[in-house]
Design a protein around this ligand. Structure first.
Ligand SMILES: *[C@@H]1O[C@H](CO)[C@@H](O)[C@H](O)[C@H]1NC(C)=O
Ligand SMILES: *[C@@H]1O[C@H](CO)[C@@H](O)[C@H](O)[C@H]1NC(C)=O
Length: 386
């Protein structure tokens, strides 16, 4: 008895130590990049990928529609978590310094349109020294372009051979869709993601953040360039789909459409902030690929855009519970990173994994219009008539 309890104590200590070591393991397995998704942005997009560091230069944190600091104070990626000191950060909204209807340049991110891969190849080869995006300088291997806006890669080892690679894409602005030619659901700050799930080092599933909790596909079903999954980002809303085309969905308000096409092809592996994350211990470390990537911003508990405009704001209108302007979303840490099923929904929600790409279908949704996010407790603006 005594011997075995000594052993189990040693065992516990050993486990604690190895868990700690594992938390500090910052390597990204090679297969994560080998099977990184390529993203087709829409050819007529007006709101391109944006750099989160730059976004922070144009926003001021607000609590209850009141700036918390002078507009000249900028938080950045290494201190954004300090905003959690105020009501735990949950009700903090990073609010645009500019009137979004004036469409300032930073909101559109036009300079971040991915570079044409052929131009990239020419630039690389003309530099005379071997630069190897993704381990190659063979033009036929360069599929997508580099964006100056870094994507965010969060890799989680879930045990039992399961490794989740979450690729997050940030846009400073989400232009909502039209119903009867009236636009609903605009917001500042937009986080979308694609998850590639590996089992024993092999890609098995790809999840895309379509409107309303997304859809999951087997790796074999998904379109590919070489080995790499190809996904599509809808014009304006950036909701992610596995196919180009029209993706209708029905809200109580009426019929809306997301639209994807084979616009500029973005290779996020060419410019990303890359991390390992343990969702149990909530420890995030910059990976060996980008060891200087700041981690503090990830822990900010608040919203990446303006709070839903009050109903007496001239920019705001409401119809059947949907608003012209809704609140900006929470960050990647709140996108159910610990999920066991590959889908984003609650564990009790169904998670159908498609083994073929979808035919056209209309999704009927009784929920709210806010993209892929959960129902927000603060979704309605003050003074909204209930
Ligand atoms: C994550 O953290 C938990 C709690 O500290 C630990 O038990 C687990 O082994 C860690 N997982 C990995 C993959 O490091
Ligand atoms: C963020 O701001 C703080 C305080 O001004 C500064 O010390 C820090 O170096 C800044 N970090 C970055 C990434 O610019």
């Amino acid at each position: 008895m005594r011997t075995s309890s000594v052993y189990s104590l040693l065992g516990l200590l050993g486990l604690a130590e190895s868990a700690d070591k594992r938390d500090r393991d910052n390597r990204i397995p090679g297969y994560v990049l080998e099977y990184a998704p390529l993203v087709h942005l829409h050819s007529s997009e007006k709101f391109w990928p944006c750099d989160i560091a730059e976004h922070l230069e144009h926003v001021t944190p607000e609590l209850n529609y009141t700036p918390m600091v002078p507009a000249s104070t900028n938080y950045n990626l290494t201190n954004l978590d300090e905003l959690n000191e105020f009501s735990n950060g949950r009700f903090v909204y990073l609010t645009s310094d500019d009137n979004v209807e004036a469409r300032p340049d930073w909101l559109g991110g036009e300079k971040n349109i991915p570079e044409d891969p052929e131009e990239l190849y020419e630039r690389i080869t003309s530099q005379g020294r071997p630069q190897r995006p993704l381990g190659t300088n063979d033009a036929s291997q360069i599929h997508g372009g580099r964006s100056d806006a870094p994507a965010v890669l969060v890799v989680i080892d879930k045990g039992h051979g399961v490794v989740d690679a979450f690729w997050f894409f940030f846009y400073s602005y989400n232009l909502g869709n039209l119903v009867f030619n009236i636009r609903f659901g605009n917001h500042v700050g937009d986080w979308e993601h694609t998850l590639v799930r590996f089992i024993d080092g092999k890609p098995e599933y790809v999840f895309v953040s379509e409107h309303f909790f997304g859809e999951a596909y087997t790796y074999s079903a998904i379109e590919k360039v070489g080995k790499r999954p190809v996904v599509y980002s809808a014009i304006g809303t950036h909701a992610m789909y596995a196919t180009p085309g029209t993706h209708p969905y029905v809200l109580p308000l009426g019929l809306l459409h997301d639209e994807t096409d084979r616009g500029p092809l973005w290779d996020p592996a060419l410019n990303s902030l890359t991390y390992r994350y343990n969702h149990t211990s909530d420890v995030l470390v910059a990976s060996n690929l980008t060891p200087k990537a700041p981690t503090e911003w990830f822990f900010f508990n608040g919203h990446w855009g303006d709070k839903v405009y009050p109903i007496d704001d001239s920019r705001q209108y409401e119809f059947v519970g949907e608003y012209h302007y809704v609140s900006g979303p929470l960050g990647p840490r709140f996108k159910h990173l610990g999920r066991t099923k590959v889908c984003q929904g609650r564990t009790s929600d169904p998670c159908a994994i498609h083994e073929w790409l979808p035919p056209e279908h209309i999704r009927i949704v009784d929920g709210v219009g806010e993209g892929e996010d959960w129902k927000e407790d603060e979704r309605d603006p003050p003074m909204a008539v209930k």
